[in-house]
Design a binder for this molecule. Sequence first.
Ligand code: M6R
Length: 607
Amino acid sequence: MCGIVGILGTRPVAAHLIDAMKRLEYRGYDSAGLATLEDGHLARRRAEGKLKNLEAKLEAGPLAGTIGIGQTRWATHGAPTEANAHPHATPLVAVAHNGIIENFRQLKDELIAAGRVFSSQTDTEVVPHLVTIELEAGASPQEAVARVLKRLTGAFALAFLFEGFPDLLIGARKGSPLAVGHGQGEMFLGSDAQALAPFTDRVTYLEEGDWVELTRSSIIVHDVSGKEVKRAAVISQASAFLVDKGNYRHFMAKEIHEQPDVTGHTLARYLDLAAASARLPELPFDWATIDRMVITACGTAYYAGLVAKYWFERLARIAVDIDVASEFRYREAPLSPGGLALFISQSGETADTLASLRYCKEHGQHIAAIVNVTTSTIAREADVVFPTLAGPEIGVASTKAFTCQLSALLSLAVAAGRARGVLSAAQERAAVDALAEVPRLLVEALRLEPQIERLARSIAKVKDVLYLGRSTSYPLALEGALKLKEISYIHAEGYAAGELKHGPIALIDETMPVVVIAPHDEVFEKSVSNMQEVAARGGRIVLITDAQGAETAAMETMATIVMPTMPSLIAPIVYAVPVQLLAYHAAVQIGTDVDQPRNLAKSVTVE
Ligand code: M6R
């Protein structure tokens, strides 16, 4: 994972490197470091923990130099200590790395046998040692890097800074993204265009296997064979502004409250409200020929896909094969050429999702992607992109991206259903009318926050929570459990309510709250039976339902959250709000780092 950046500038670069690294903190935040050339000599500052620790170190010991590289880390090999923080360096070269060098063990054994001394437990440190051996043997920096790259396996992006070379940065990309920014007498490297946005909007995305030599006035790109190649520059849409928290205590709270607006923007993109119909961009496939589709994603995006499976199967009669990307990519799934594969990702950089996309591409699928970051690798590699207009999502826990993904997915399912002749014009109109209500219903759901905050005080005291749901509420139960565990560190599990009696019912006692997500829909009676099974065993129920559900269930609960009445089709979008708020307030109560919870990163760019 991790974010890397490099600047060949005309002014002192340390502060600018920090600026760019702040924009890459979503890729990891357990340590950070940078290296510059001070009078031609390598100098480094590194710190354990968040970037503010590195800033404090720089304040105490500033770094001069108009050329430098930096990295913000998510530990893969070696604990998040200062010794393991990047850049890793020898007296001749410093290296910032994103990704994994898979054959580092063999390389490290070989280097140790040759007398090299290591100062970290990272996979990365083999790289500066290998380059140094080449430099000591008389190779130029370019020759040294070209030779070493051939020896590395894995998925990675690298930035190199050389002792005594104040007008040279080298970048390399294999598997992990790397962008080159073109400035006025300055050049930049970054894991994404967002990191470079304060400096330039002219960006060249390196292709798989490329490496690049940068000076202040030139860019030379080599492909995997070492041949010089031309790569086009594009104008990036990445914003130079860093979003702030506004009046909220956490980004997560702000993002939860933005949902009425951003789902509205997303829906406006896919619906023609005046004509009461779904409106999609031109597609490279014909819905009529698609009987099966594959959906692949990770984490919250996967749960959005799981909800969409119900929608595509019901509304468009398209069979959906859905899997988490880390399983799908190695499953060797048989795919008939001409099929449709849909990938869902907020960041558009998730390594497993990207690898699954490439697998499907190799197997002749039409590639569609729902992404929030439209400059991302997944967006660039897809045949057709359906953007979610959630705006930057900073909190590690995905909230507004999820409801925007659901809004786009339901619009797509409706369009598919209509195009395939499954939905009549009247049914399409009813679905579009329901979708148009989503922003208002989200506002109403947000009004329940004081009640949910009170409930969260009790939830914050427990060790385990079970979430149950049926039909489209089942993925929401999974999402509720994920939200709670990732930000509050309370153990939580999501189950299909019908599975309760096949095992999890053994967990029920008076200490474990059971959150039941049950709008008054076609499976409501079944959910009530499951709740009774819980109540009969002394379980404490938190029921999230609507007025009719609360009245029909007529059960004694620990709390009943009464949601606004709505068509069951859109319930998964609106019912996301109480599960998000419950996790958020439990975490605030416990005092965890809500926006940057331990051990996590916003974007998981390693497998
Ligand atoms: O950027 P992506 O949507 O591809 O990320 C997928 C997951 O890593 C992400 O949803 C993760 O599970 C979130 N932390 C959940 O809140």
